[in-house]
Design a protein around this ligand. Sequence first.
Ligand code: HMG
Ligand code: MG
Length: 296
Amino acid sequence: MADSVRIVEVAPRDGLQNEAVAVSVATKLDLIRQLRDAGLAAIEVGSFVSPKRVPQMADTDEVVRQLNLDGGVRYPVLVPNEQGMVAALAAGVREIAVFASASETFSQKNINCSIEQSIDRFRPVVEMAKANHVAVRGYVSCVLGCPYEVKVAMNAVVSVSRKLAELGCYEISLGDTIGIGTPWQARDMVRAVAGELDIATLAAHFHDTRGQALANILACLEEGVSVVDSAVGGLGGCPYAPGAAGNVSTEDLAFMLDGLGIHTGVDLSRVVAAGQFISAALGKTSRSKVAQSMCA
Ligand code: HMG
Ligand code: MG
């Protein structure tokens, strides 16, 4: 197993994109600063997608403009097409993430195009990114199951991952969007993708719908994965993945990694405080077990 793990904090994006309560730009910035001060060195801060489809992310432009992008922390944003990329560049982003799916139906529901069309749409986006020295991460959704299709083929996961890497994504985040996988399935999926791509370029993105996220992450760590996405408070969900719960919580992930002797650079008490802050702003109880025990 790796002796250090890079946590990619996704609460300001994945965590908030499906919330019913509107969150102001000021609250988002407060959250992002707390996450940064907790030692998180990669924080996904929003999406340049259709505001009609995902209203919670409509102010990403403002969030990015008010962030201090200097200082070594990465602040990626989701970008689905050229229109989003033009807006992201105008706001000054330095890192984006394009997002594809291993399931055709999810691709259609989420981004209104086929998997192949999505790769074609990302090509000019990545070209624009390269021309502007913007780093590009890639997501593959539905790697262990889909809300609309009975089964997702492993070779679809491998093929989409390879295509994103060929486009120029420096890292591929493998998403169990609906939180349906179990550890050996996660392990086999990572092994299959790592058969084609360097394990150092793979990240784990697990939603915790069925309480399997930490176990699945451990299975991925045992395969050599060293980048894990998570969200404080266990926030998260996708408007096009009905019934999916939040991401694995950063608090629980950081606690587990610390217990395994794996370095993260994260200050647990500050991460817990950030999770409590945003959970209170949303009027929710944190889903993090560690936060619940520390704040009882
Ligand atoms: P479309 O309908 O195919 O696009 O949307 P279009 O080109 O036909 O345009 C339709 C309208 O959208 C037009 O506006 C465009 O201006 C606008 P109208 O004329 O109707 O007023 N539009 C845009 N507006 C702002 N920014 C843009 C943009 N593009 C078009 N970039 C699109 C295609 C992808 C934009 C749309 O389907 C969309 O926004 N979908 C939402 C996708 C999304 O954010 N999903 C959640 C994130 S993915 C996720 O959560 C999974 C992940 O966490 C990993 C995991 O868990 O597995 C990453
Ligand atoms: Mg997600």
